[in-house]
Write a protein that binds this ligand. Sequence first.
Ligand code: SF4
Length: 489
Amino acid sequence: MEREHIQCDGLAPDDEPGMPEFEDDKPREACGVFGIYGPGLDVARLAYFGLYALQHRGQESAGIAVGDGAVIRCQKGMGLVGEVFSGEDIDKLKGKVALGHVRYSTTGESAVENAQPLVFHYQHGMLALGHNGNLTNYHELSRQLAGEGAVFQTTTDSELIVSILARTTKDNLADGILKTMSLIKGAYSLVVITENRLFGIRDPLGVRPLCLGRYRQGYVLASESAALDTIGAEFIRDVEPGEVVMIDDNGVTSLRNHYPSKRALCIFEFVYFARPDSVIDGLNVQRSRGALGRELAREHPIQADLVVPVPDSATCAALAYAAETGIPFSEGLIKNRYIGRTFIRPSQALRSLGVQMKLNTVREVLNGKRVVLIDDSIVRGTTSSKIVQMIRDAGAKEVHMLVSSPPINYSCYYGIDTSRRSELIAASRNLDEILALIGADSLNYLSLEGLYAAMAPLAPDSFCVACFSGAYPIPVPEAGEVDAHACNC
Ligand code: SF4
């Protein structure tokens, strides 16, 4: 693999490892961010393991930037964290502050120049930025900046943030960040480093998560608390919506322009994205998924012999459904966890097997049974019918499909790839039509009320549920179909 060794190294697109050939029918998280301030610590190595813990949030590219007090050095490339960095690479990244980023692009622009962190020189030195989320006023701002003569190296909204930050910062970067936050709109959790400082920034409604932890003499920021646990850091608190935390030799300083009156945390973090061992805004993901299963059991009790989850994200809900209804739980579907990315492209014949390459049935478990099949969500419905058929082929007498979230009716504009609205199976079909396409004996979704009830003690108005309800908490562009898909982070 050839790498440029200037200030920021990138693997050329030709070096890109195999792309995913076995897609799930799932929304895709766009990015994960990790930051550490720790003079005397091996910050690059800690960032590396932090990113490993966040790999589920983005599998197309990974990068780490390190500030040593004088300059920022960065290495990034296409692929998984374990593919992008060697031990030698990490050894070379010495410093006191680090920023790590994993990315999944939803624009099809899976190019190394869009990999993050983005590293820039500006009038006061250098800075690097990692972004999770999506700006809703990207087009308006980019037109404005281009009109003022700005040029861009990437096609990401993250670069736009850097450009605004560089323009608005006069003497003080913290003031520049607050000013930038007043100009950008949308969902963003940002980690920014300079040569010797670390900043964590969460959008005014807190759509995307970001938490703060303590590691020995230093501090850590991460998209999810599981990344703090992974490196042995102690969770302190979530970064609050609209808050900027600045971390340097003086410790943690909290800054903000205003106190927003409402929140809109992405509820899909609990349904599907986040790791079950993470705690976001005080709510453990595994417990909330269990509560989703119990709500599902209350709303849709079914006469059946077996509860089977679509692994792995529906397992918590299925276990809880089984416990609540008294129907035995069994893993009738087994997932190959290693097929997602392969260096060898499968033949067309193998590719046509589709979901079968990733999931297999256990005939001994399913044969002759009335099965409740539980999944966490259905996006386009492309795999559900295949899974139902596989379970029938394994001898099941009946297949009743339950979904532990409401139908996805609307696209996400806030950093999640939920597909275009026209591709969403529930956007233009009623329950009977979806059932006919999926081919199950029955199909039911959890209601929005049930979803809210499972998130207790957090109140319903703490969440964004726009992909279910269409009630967007941040105004979205009118040319929605294009922009909803154009998450660039
Ligand atoms: Fe999350 Fe859906 Fe809101 Fe997007 S629209 S932020 S996926 S809840």
